[in-house]
Ligand binder design. Structure first.
Ligand code: DON
Length: 307
């Protein structure tokens, strides 16, 4: 096993000349202002050691990575009936695609594409006002990361609310099939706010550690989810976490991962570590270009793989 800090430092040094490659997401106006040359990486091993590089303590918009946390909450509330509302198959289409919804009666393919995450927000809303549901999500992430400073960036939520025409279309379409229980505005209010969670790589890697540690927070001994559920969430991250780039990510990195359009990726090496990377430039599938490369290098050098 190589020295992890030296490995992370080496990855940062090797990738530094390439920072700025890829395209920063600009369909959410507030995200377009982010410096494309940012790069952060944090590796938290199951014994609690943290290895970091670059802008690992600068908060960024985690966007779709939050869908891992809302899925975990929905499964906690609704158990296996969650799968009546959302499937478990890779979509092979873009993260914001609407095409399958019509043929499949408003049931999204998986919880990580936008339509699926909107269905999950509807499940998290059950029995709550939107404000309470958003509060529950923030509290859950703070608990996972053991960090009370984690918060939502309201300017990002507002920016997406003002321009999220596609998400409104997806949600209205699902509602027309009777697949949402709550008003579209409430469901999307929850969705836009959890996507607007701002976290650092260090906080994000800490919050994903339960998925690397059989569902437990290894540092406190708390059980978050059962071992089986942790495995299943990891399985979904591997197969669906990078949209129509999931096969490529599995081939190159070999670890469950979830990307966000803010340029972050959370990856899980079961039994070993939780890893967060951030580099805002995206590839053609909307996944961090340099972030994927960093994870590929880390997996190569450590030998971490689920295969
Ligand atoms: O709904 C959206 O489009 C964004 N809030 C989240 C999309 C996203 O992060 C896709 N990831 N690569």
């Amino acid at each position: 096993m190589p020295d992890l800090q030296a490995t992370v430092d080496e990855i940062y040094a090797k990738l530094s000349p390439r920072l700025g490659e890829g395209k920063v997401a600009d369909y959410i106006p507030q995200l377009a202002h982010v410096d494309p040359k940012r790069f952060g990486m944090a590796v938290v091993t199951v014994d609690g050691a943290v290895h970091k590089a670059g802008d690992c303590d600068v908060p960024f918009s985690i966007q779709s990575i939050s869908k891992v946390f809302t899925l975990t909450l929905a499964l906690g509330k609704h158990g296996e009936t969650t799968w009546n509302r959302v499937g478990r198959e890779p979509s092979g289409t873009a993260f914001n695609s609407i095409v399958q919804l019509e043929h499949e009666e408003g049931k999204p393919r998986n919880p990580f594409i936008n339509a699926g995450a909107i269905a999950v927000s509807d499940l998290v809303l059950a029995g709550h006002t939107p404000r309470e549901a958003i509060g529950e999500i923030v509290r859950f992430v703070r608990y996972l990361a053991d960090d009370e400073t984690i918060a939502i960036d309201p300017s990002v939520a507002k920016s997406e609310e003002a321009t999220g025409y596609r998400n409104f279309a997806l949600a209205n379409f699902m509602r027309s099939f009777g697949k949402l229980d709550h008003p579209v505005e409430h469901v999307l209010g929850v969705y836009f706010h959890h996507c607007a969670l701002a976290m650092t790589c260090t906080q994000l890697a800490r919050s994903g550690l339960f998925l690397a540690a059989s569902g437990r927070k290894p540092l406190t001994g708390h059980t978050v989810v059962s071992r089986q559920r942790a495995r299943r969430i990891n399985a979904l991250m591997l197969t669906c976490g990078h949209y129509d780039g999931s096969g490529d990510f599995a081939y190159r990195v070999g670890l469950p991962g979830k990307s966000g359009v803010g340029g972050g990726i959370l990856a899980v090496a079961p039994g070993r570590a939780s890893v967060a990377v951030w580099s805002p430039g995206l590839n053609q599938n909307g996944n961090s270009l340099i972030g994927s490369l960093a994870l590929e290098m880390l997996a190569n050098r450590t030998g971490w793989s689920v295969f």
